[in-house]
Design a protein around this ligand. Structure first.
Ligand SMILES: Nc1ncnc2c1ncn2[C@@H]1O[C@H](COP(=O)(O)OP(=O)(O)O)[C@@H](O)[C@H]1O
Ligand SMILES: [Mg+2]
Length: 329
């Protein structure tokens, strides 16, 4: 039998009730907020109930700080205390301190090649230049043969960010505390569903993650921040942004809830850097094998994963001796 270590009444108050063990004596399973600050991964096929669970967690965790949701499909308005409909009305603020940060950001968002990133670095002299980067590329006179081809391909990629109007603006990071109005007890939803391209959604998602990190680094916001990253497989391109972010922010009091349907597509580092894992139903053998391996599941538990119902999950958490099947509340 495995036990939750948090069943004295004092400790129960300091945590989120995830559910109960499926088998008698149906022990309540609590997860402490400190454990969420070392990140949580929720995996499961489409329709398995990931978003419903992430919604509940974001809503409960806000009593320890601020919750933020990167809402890929516009599903969280019901639970949001403050909704930012990105792409509708005011452009969303992307904090950028240095032109090179803009290059790194676009390298990730647009999956730029090295020559493309190099040319971009040459053109961006100040952060604000990002807003008129198309003009800068267009009017640039190539100085070498390789630049002709690179200019055209860079133009193609960058236009994905700018052809739908001004949905973002570049601000100094010092301005973000005014713009990203976090406060304790509030769940802020960034609704990304109005943005027309994957690249735009990704840019805003990374911009918000950077803003959260900035606010915590400078001590502008004192309480914990919990960020739900929906559709995490879409948020990341090939580079290591999310992996690095997970590792860097845990000491800052930022806990990520990474939600994805495809654990097989996740970098091993992401699995390693998430302390709580919630596995909902999965169908593909590759996905089942990837997550079972990372959690070191025994064959019996692994064989349950394709049969899990909405209310069930296999959970790994620091409070549990080994991963167990629980019935979610
Ligand atoms: N515990 C549950 N019991 C019954 N229906 C549920 C439960 N959790 C989710 N659903 C329903 O299943 C559908 C998919 O859930 P959702 O959380 O959006 O899944 P996912 O994010 O994994 O695609 C939704 O219509 C939701 O209302
Ligand atoms: Mg979902």
């Amino acid at each position: 039998m495995v036990y939750s270590t948090y069943n004295s009444s004092n400790e129960i108050e300091d945590g989120v009730l995830l559910g109960r063990t499926s088998t008698p004596p149906r022990i309540p399973i609590y997860v402490k907020q400190a454990d969420f600050l070392r990140h949580c991964l929720i995996v499961g096929t489409t329709g398995s109930g990931k978003t419903s669970l992430a919604m509940k967690l974001a809503n409960e965790l806000k009593r320890y700080g601020a919750s933020v949701v990167l809402d890929w499909y516009g599903e969280y308005s019901r639970v949001g205390d403050y909704i930012v409909d990105v792409g509708v009305g005011e452009p969303v603020a992307i904090p950028i301190e240095d032109p090179l940060d803009a290059v790194f950001l676009l390298e990730e968002v647009l999956d730029l090649s090295s020559p493309q990133a190099y040319l971009l670095a040459k053109l961006l002299k100040k952060p604000k230049d990002l807003e008129r980067v198309i003009d800068l590329i267009e009017t640039y006179e190539p100085e070498a043969r390789w630049e002709v081809e690179t200019k055209a391909s860079l133009m193609r990629k960058v236009s994905l960010l700018l052809k739908y109007g001004k949905v973002f603006k570049v601000v100094q990071p010092s301005e973000v505390d005014r713009l990203v109005e976090f406060s304790k007890g509030r769940l802020t939803v960034f609704n990304l569903s109005n943005l027309k391209t994957l690249e735009l959604r990704r840019l805003v998602a990374l911009g918000v993650l950077n803003a959260v990190k900035y606010l915590k680094e400078r001590g502008v916001f004192k309480d914990s921040v919990f960020v739900v990253v929906e559709e995490a497989h879409n948020v990341m391109a090939k580079s290591k942004f999310l992996q690095k972010y997970l590792a860097e922010v845990r000491k800052l009091g930022i806990g990520l809830i990474v939600v994805t349907q495809s654990p097989a597509g996740l970098d091993y580092e992401i699995m390693n850097n998430t302390n709580i894992k919630v596995v909902k139903a999965l169908k593909s053998a590759d996905d089942i094998s990837a997550i079972s391996k990372s959690m070191n599941l025994d064959a019996k538990v692994a064989s349950l994963i394709n049969k899990l119902g909405y209310n069930e999950a296999v959970v790994e958490a620091p409070s549990l001796i080994e991963p167990i099947l629980i019935e979610l509340t």
